[in-house]
Design a protein around this ligand. Structure first.
Ligand SMILES: Nc1ncnc2c1ncn2[C@@H]1O[C@H](COP(=O)(O)OP(=O)(O)OP(=O)(O)O)[C@@H](O)[C@H]1O
Ligand SMILES: [Mg+2]
Length: 276
């Protein structure tokens, strides 16, 4: 499969979040879901967001896409504020959200920017279906394909917008383990072929460490706390070795940050073991 694409230049946008706050009303009064979120994503960077359920990961993604607006703070894409549902972004979710009565081709076509000519659109859709390995299934409807294939179509539809920022909310969360690993590889291939800035929400710390340049650990802010508990820069360049021992340490650090006890053997203990 060739990953060379002929589409218009792919522009990856930097994203800036400055002191972003989002509070929701609850029966017991207002609750800050996001507080003091300061984050800069470089153009083309892949940043993973991890954190316990309900800590505001999807809310943060919605702020960047313009589906929801912060109560305070600024969100800038390529230096200008997000307004409305921002055409510079595209979102893909855990479930593919395809129209069941349309073919995969027609579903991907729905992602094209308004005003795309029929001829350009057809070429671009064919190219994207090839990129995600769905050319042979292009004429099928969502119920005729597997969950992984539907998710690939959903990714192609998001890419059809030619987004400068790709927002992925647990995109592989509903897939079996093997399909999930394949989708991770596919995302990296797509990112190499059509570089874009990626903000990825995941519950899978290994996925975060494998895919991302940086992993942002979010927490539910308590009192004056900010939402970002920790930011981990993942060493090395992609493609990464899943068996790299550095990952085991970062994995343990993230799991501990998520409140999951680990029985990780740190470097000092390991030396002790070796010397016994
Ligand atoms: N529109 C809304 N109105 C009121 N509360 C909301 C709204 N949207 C989200 N919330 C609340 O904000 C909190 C964060 O929700 P969010 O969906 O961002 O969490 P999450 O980190 O994505 O969780 P999960 O990992 O389970 O997907 C939750 O407590 C949720 O109930
Ligand atoms: Mg969520």
């Amino acid at each position: 499969m060739s990953l060379t694409t002929t589409a218009a230049a792919h522009v990856a946008h930097p994203v800036t979040l400055r002191d972003v706050r989002r509070t929701f009303a609850t029966p017991t009064g207002p609750r800050a879901v996001l507080a003091g979120v300061d984050l800069e994503l470089a153009a083309g960077e892949i940043v993973a967001l991890v954190g316990p359920s309900g800590c505001g990961k999807s809310t943060l993604l919605r702020q960047v896409s313009g589906l929801d607006t912060p109560d305070a703070g600024d969100i800038l894409i390529d230096g200008s504020p997000v307004r409305g549902t921002d055409p510079r972004t595209a979102v893909a979710f855990q479930e593919p959200r395809l129209l069941p009565w349309r073919t995969l081709t027609q579903n991907v076509r729905l992602g094209l920017p308004a005003g795309t000519s029929r001829a350009d659109g057809a070429g671009r859709v064919a190219e994207l279906l090839e990129l995600v390995g769905l050319t042979a299934s292009a004429g099928l409807r969502p119920r005729q394909v597997s969950g992984g294939m539907a998710q690939r179509a959903s990714l192609a539809r998001a890419l059809a917008r030619n987004p400068g920022v790709l927002l992925l909310d647990e995109p592989f969360g509903a897939l079996d383990a093997l399909t999930r690993l394949r989708m991770q590889e596919l995302l990296l291939e797509v990112h190499a072929a059509e570089p874009t800035t990626v903000l990825l929400v995941t519950h899978d710390v290994e996925e975060a460490l494998y895919l991302a340049d940086r992993v942002v650990l979010l927490r539910t802010p308590d009192g004056d706390e900010t939402s970002i508990a920790r930011i981990i820069a993942v060493p090395g360049t992609r493609p990464r070795d899943r068996a790299d021992p550095t990952f085991a340490e970062l994995r343990a650090e993230l799991l501990e940050g998520l409140g999951v006890p680990t029985h990780h053997v740190g470097p000092a203990e390991r030396d002790l073991h070796h010397s016994i």
